[in-house]
Structure formats: structure tokens, C-alpha cells
Design a protein around this ligand. Structure first.
Ligand code: AN7
Length: 345
């Protein structure tokens, strides 16, 4: 990592679980591993990049950092800025940030501003502040963020015993992570640590899919989606800043991009939670939904070795989780009342 090692700001991010999922894998006819990024300190993969980004901010001697965010970047930035002792400003799209992420950003002491607009508009205004020299921007346009996030690629190779999987599948929003992971695995390839490279496979929500649309056109530029919409608020992004890098990752790796519907996302979120015990937020479940769709339509071969990156923890978005379930049954506190509702026990 490109930082002064004596002054690292860290919360011991990374080193996340890598879980073999036989039940789900067998069902789909693939070898499936899940990289559980929700196990990072603030519950998402963003912590990897934020450690490097905030360490850099300290080296540069800035006193104020900021970001626009669909939620997780702001939660992570708030925590790492607190640890570093920096002033932190986060700009969020009003009403579209999941409760857990909002709680984190506020509780770690960031100055939280909601703008009447979507993420893309929020990023535009904070970028203007950064260009005026008012703050140091820690969105994933910041190259040091991506340097930290490439460690997901390093770890997947390490987790597999110094091999590349056939394919890495992940959700794509602002398109930083797919670019970063590709950079990580490519660096290991160029250093001769591995002999193959994975096919980078980016999944987007149907209502916010500028990258998939560009891949369908075979293009290197995107047409921004004006009013992105999806239940997976983390990836409710119409004009991803790292689009070009992401498209290169997909084309250069002979990869794919596919869309999934909100219903497919919510179904896969529950499927993963109930068949493998892994709780993820809706955006992360897009990788599982995408895997299922690509197996069904024959784009993914039987027997492929696949790593799905699940990017954020279930508890990031408690409202969506609760809405997907029946309410608990209320009974009096006695065995008879319990026996009436717990049939067959
Ligand atoms: C759980 O927090 O953009 O394609 O502002 O929170 O690298 O943007 C979040 C993105 C996937 C997409 N999964 O990653 C933000 C933000 C989760 C996320 C993504 C995000 P990128």
C-alpha cells in the first residue's frame, strides 16, 4: 500500500471470511465461495479503502475530509475520520440511505447533510467543494481508496491457496470496487503469483444499470441513468465515476455484466440468509441474484469456480429485512400459549 507504514490509520479491516457454500453451489451446479465483506469494522468493504485514504489524508496534512454517499462510504469515512481526529462532512441523498448506515455516520460524529437529490447530484456538489480546496474528497475517485480495496483481490487469491477463481461476481454502483479488485488480481498475475485471471462479472440493479447498458452496446462510455431507482439503495447510482475503469476490467477479463430486478435481489438475499446463514444487505445480494440468472441463461458454465463478493452486512438495512418477514407472534408467557403457536413441538 502506498502509505507511510509508521502512521497507518486502521481499525483492522480486511482478513474477512471466505466461505465455501456447498448447498447453494450444488443447487446451481457451480463451486461457490463467498467473500464476506460485511465482516469489516463498519460492516462493509469500504473500510479497506478508507484506511488507506485516511492515512493519506493525514500524510497530506488536511484537516477536513468529506464524501457523498449512498450510505456505506459515509459510515466508513465517519469512523476512520473519528479515529484520525479529522473533521468529516458527508452528503447523503435525502430519504434514500438505509437506517444502519445513517446511524453510523451520525454516531461517529460526522456532519451529516441530506440533499434533495440523488447520489449523483450529491457527488457533484461535494466535488465542487473539494475542487475549491475546502475538503479532501474520499469518494472512490480518490485513487488511494482503490489501492486499499484491491486487497479484496489479493485476499481471494490467498484464500484459494494462491490461485485465481474462474470468476468473481460483485454488485456495481459507482464502479470503484470492480476496478480495484481487478487491479489487485492483475498485480498478482503480473508478479507471477498466479497463472490465470478471473472473469470480472458486475451486477447492477435493473433501474440503475448504466454499466450493463454500456456492455450491451460494447461501448467504453456510459449513458447516465437520470433517475436511478432500486431497493438496493447502496447501488442507486446513475453516473458511476469509475465507469471507464470498470468497463475495461469487464472487457479485458472477458467478463460480463448483467442486471437483476428488485424482486430477484430480495429473493436472493433471503436465500443466502436461510440456506447458508450469511446475512447481507440488498446491494450485496445482487451478486447472488446475478449468479443465479447467469447460470439459468447458460452464460456461466456448470462446474465453474466462482467467488461472489458480498459487500455489506444485513444489519445495514434493518427496515428491508423486517419488511421481508412476518411479524413475531405475540403470546402470553406460559407453555400452553406457546404450544398453541409452535405446532408440532
Ligand atoms: C454494499 O457508499 O457508493 O461499485 O456511497 O455500499 O464500488 O460503488 C456504495 C457502494 C456495493 C457498489 N455494495 O460498489 C457509497 C457507495 C455495497 C455498497 C456497492 C456499494 P462500487
Amino acid at each position: 500500500m502506498p502509505v507511510d507504514e509508521s502512521r497507518i490509520i486502521s481499525l483492522q479491516e480486511g482478513g474477512t471470511p471466505f466461505i465455501k457454500c456447498n448447498k447453494l453451489g450444488d443447487q446451481l451446479g457451480v463451486k461457490l465461495y463467498i467473500k464476506v465483506e460485511g465482516s469489516n469494522p463498519t460492516g462493509s468493504f469500504k473500510d479497506r479503502g478508507m484506511s488507506v485514504g485516511i492515512t493519506k489524508a493525514m500524510e497530506l496534512g488536511v484537516n477536513t475530509v468529506g464524501c457523498a454517499s449512498t450510505g456505506n462510504t459515509s459510515a466508513s469515512l465517519a469512523a476512520y475520520a473519528a479515529r484520525a481526529g479529522l473533521r468529516c462532512i458527508v452528503i447523503l441523498p435525502s430519504g434514500k440511505v438505509a437506517l444502519g448506515k445513517l446511524a453510523q455516520a451520525m454516531f461517529h460524529g460526522a456532519e451529516v447533510i441530506s440533499v434533495e437529490g440523488n447520489f449523483d447530484e450529491a457527488l457533484e456538489v461535494i466535488t465542487s467543494l473539494a475542487l475549491d480546496g475546502k475538503l479532501y474528497l474520499l469518494n472512490s475517485v480518490n485513487p488511494f481508496r482503490l489501492e486499499g480495496q484491491k486487497s479484496i483481490g489479493f485476499e481471494i487469491v490467498d484464500d484459494l491457496g494462491w490461485r485465481s477463481p474462474d470468476r468473481i461476481i460483485l454488485p456495481v454502483g459507482n464502479a470503484g470496487n470492480i476496478s480495484a479488485i481487478w487491479k489487485g488480481v492483475r498485480e498478482f498475475y503480473e508478479a507471477d503469483f498466479i497463472n490465470d485471471l478471473p472473469r470480472m462479472t458486475g451486477i447492477q440493479a435493473e433501474g440503475a444499470a448504466p454499466i450493463t447498458n454500456a456492455v450491451r452496446r460494447g461501448a467504453y462510455d456510459i449513458i447516465p441513468v437520470e433517475n436511478p431507482e432500486t431497493v438496493a439503495t447502496a447501488i442507486r447510482i446513475g453516473a458511476p465515476v469509475s465507469a471507464l475503469k470498470a468497463l475495461r476490467a469487464i472487457y479485458d477479463s472477458d467478463g460480463l455484466s448483467e442486471t437483476v430486478t428488485d424482486d430477484e435481489i430480495l429473493y436472493s438475499q433471503k436465500l443466502l440468509a436461510r440456506s447458508e446463514g450469511i446475512g447481507v444487505e440488498p446491494a450485496s445480494a445482487a451478486s447472488i441474484a446475478g449468479l443465479r440468472k447467469l447460470v439459468e441463461n447458460g452464460e456461466i458454465d456448470k462446474g465453474e469456480e466462482i467467488v461472489c463478493v458480498v459487500t455489506g452486512h444485513l444489519l445495514k438495512d434493518p427496515n428491508t429485512a423486517i419488511n421481508a418477514c412476518k411479524e413475531p407472534i405475540n403470546v402470553e408467557a406460559n407453555v400452553e400459549a406457546l404450544s398453541r403457536v409452535l405446532k408440532g413441538l
